[in-house]
Design a protein. Structure first.
Length: 99
């Protein structure tokens, strides 16, 4: 996937770009994007050029973070939404308990 395809996907999933990572030959290797949940929890998702993705949530008032392994494919909307909804549920719980 090129950077334009990644940006279109992250936008379609409701994410806003935070930064882009590039490899040595100036190609996009991933784009990190963020999204707020309905209760205000901010999660991030790293969209990789390989078509994989990974969610991350920084637990408030701690040094811990919640993260998934690389998952794929980001183009499989049903798969992405299922993992995202489970991740958001856990992140919201941590947000409530550690705020």
């Amino acid at each position: 996937m090129n950077s334009n395809e990644i940006r279109e996907l992250l936008s379609s999933y409701g994410y806003s770009e935070v930064y882009e990572s590039r490899n040595g030959d100036d190609r996009t290797s991933s784009v990190v994007a963020a999204k707020q949940t309905t209760i205000g929890t901010t999660i991030s998702c790293e969209f990789f050029a390989t078509g994989d993705f990974r969610f991350t949530f920084l637990v408030p008032n701690s040094i811990n973070k919640l993260t998934t392994d690389k998952c794929g494919s980001v183009k499989n909307t049903e798969h992405f939404n299922r993992i995202e909804s489970k991740f958001i549920e856990q992140a919201n719980s941590l947000q409530i308990n550690f705020s």
